[in-house]
Design a protein around this ligand. Structure first.
Ligand code: HEM
Length: 406
């Protein structure tokens, strides 16, 4: 018999509501909220009150309306309050996610041409090579393998390292640091220490690029925009690209493979039909909505969303996972169906801060999923599904490991 599609995440009672997921699904409380009043004041992932916005249209409104919602980081977020005033200013510099216009516009313009679909097509041969090398290594070592450590994490890490100009030899250090930075069960002091460490690491690479700019993206930024960017901005941009470049895509590859293994008929489509791949990647993005929390804004004035009044100064968080399964925007959204056209999902955000790396992430996934499934047509879980370890306290949803055999 076909396996049950869902894979229970197991009880994780200490996980704050905002980070809670139920296997692939949004937390049932959040899904219920979407069907009740749509917007409600709940404790945020930092324990402070936040208006959760759960419906598709409303989520898009909040993300698109930069005149009423600011992205500037809030005092309570990510160890910010444990930093000095000066450190805080540095942490914000260059981090597009936390900058409003006009700073955001200025920085985003410098980067847009680097991430076009056309540019990304140019990377296709190298990404294919990287994927094949990792599959060769898995085949040579023989089953079982940990799909996260051997495939899902190294591929996007190596790609972003080469693109940006970060030594891949440093991966153990930066992967562990980013993983911990996204783990919101860490005490605030430790979060602040991680912020300091990752800045110090990237400042070293930026200094090197300033002395001898290479052919990579750091070198390009120094050569073409060196006189418009402060060193803090260069460090912030590079840190964001390194972290966003590997953490997100790797979790999509790990969770996405698990989701396909739980839906063998759909896995077969992705493996055997090249035209099925691009829509399947969009559907996996929608269904998994890995950015669980962290898309937070501040209301700049009194606003009303879905009929709920929100006072100026309030924190407002959009819940991408419930928006992407909202019955008002998608039919039967609880079901993974790689044959549907999932265009219109908000897994990459929406509006001015829409994911800069989306063309890269799509390219990596469109190459990696079918290559994996073709190389190992008998790919299967090597442990009972209940034993697969999710990462419960991370605001990017993912797996700690994924034991597979073939
Ligand atoms: C922004 C998701 C891959 C770089 C965002 C946002 C989301 C997102 C939801 C918007 C956040 C907000 O509005 O507050 C994802 C997902 C990915 C992915 C699901 C993988 C499947 C990548 C990659 C890169 C990247 C590979 C870089 C190489 C960025 C950057 C921003 C961003 C720089 C900030 C854009 C801005 O503020 O203007 N991403 N991302 N992302 N992402 Fe991604």
């Amino acid at each position: 018999p076909a396996p049950a599609p869902q894979c229970p995440m197991g009880a994780a009672p200490d996980v704050p509501l905002f980070l809670r997921r139920d296997g692939f699904d949004p937390a049932p409380e959040m899904a219920a909220l979407r069907e009740e009043e749509g917007v409600r004041l709940v404790p945020s992932m930092f324990g402070t009150p936040v208006y959760a916005v759960t419906r598709h249209e409303a989520v898009k409104t909040v993300m698109a309306d930069t005149s009423r919602f600011s992205v500037a980081p809030r005092e309570e977020e990510f160890g910010m309050s444990a930093l000095t005033e000066e450190e805080r200013a540095r942490v914000v510099a260059g981090n597009l996610l936390g900058l409003d216009a006009p700073e955001h516009t200025r920085l985003r313009r410098m980067l847009t041409s680097e991430f076009t679909v056309r540019r990304m097509r140019g990377l296709q041969p190298r990404i294919t090579e990287i994927v094949e090398e990792h599959l060769d290594a898995m085949a040579a070592a023989g089953p079982p393998a940990d799909l996260v450590a051997d495939f899902a994490l190294p591929i996007p890490s190596l790609v972003i390292c080469e693109l940006l100009g970060v030594p891949y030899a440093d991966r153990a250090e930066f992967q562990e640091r980013t993983g911990r930075q996204l783990d919101l069960s860490l005490p605030e002091e430790e979060q602040a220490e991680l912020l300091r460490d990752s800045r110090a690491y990237m400042a070293g690479l930026v200094a090197r690029a300033q002395a001898r700019p290479g052919e990579d993206m750091l070198g390009m930024l120094v050569r073409e925009h060196g006189d418009e960017l402060t060193t803090d901005e260069l460090v912030g941009i590079a840190e964001l690209l390194l972290a966003a470049g590997h953490e997100t895509t790797s979790n999509m590859l790990g969770l996405g493979t698990l989701a396909l293994l739980r839906h063998p008929d759909q896995l077969a489509l992705v493996r055997d039909d090249p035209t099925a791949v691009a829509p399947a990647v969009e559907e996996l993005l929608r269904y998994l909505s890995i950015v669980t929390a962290g898309v937070t804004r501040t209301a700049l004035r009194d606003v009303e969303i879905d009929g709920v009044p929100i006072p100026a100064g309030s924190a407002v968080a959009v819940v991408l996972a419930t928006a992407n399964r909202d019955p008002r925007s998608v039919d039967d959204g609880e079901r993974l169906d790689v044959t549907r056209t999932a265009a219109g999902h908000v897994a990459f955000g929406h509006g001015l801060h829409h994911c800069l790396g989306a063309p890269l992430a799509r390219m990596e996934m469109q190459i990696a999923f079918p290559a994996l499934l073709r190389r190992f047509p008998g790919l299967a879980l090597a442990v009972p599904c209940e034993e697969v370890a999710f990462r419960p306290h991370h605001f990017i949803h993912g797996l700690r490991s994924l034991p597979v055999r073939w």
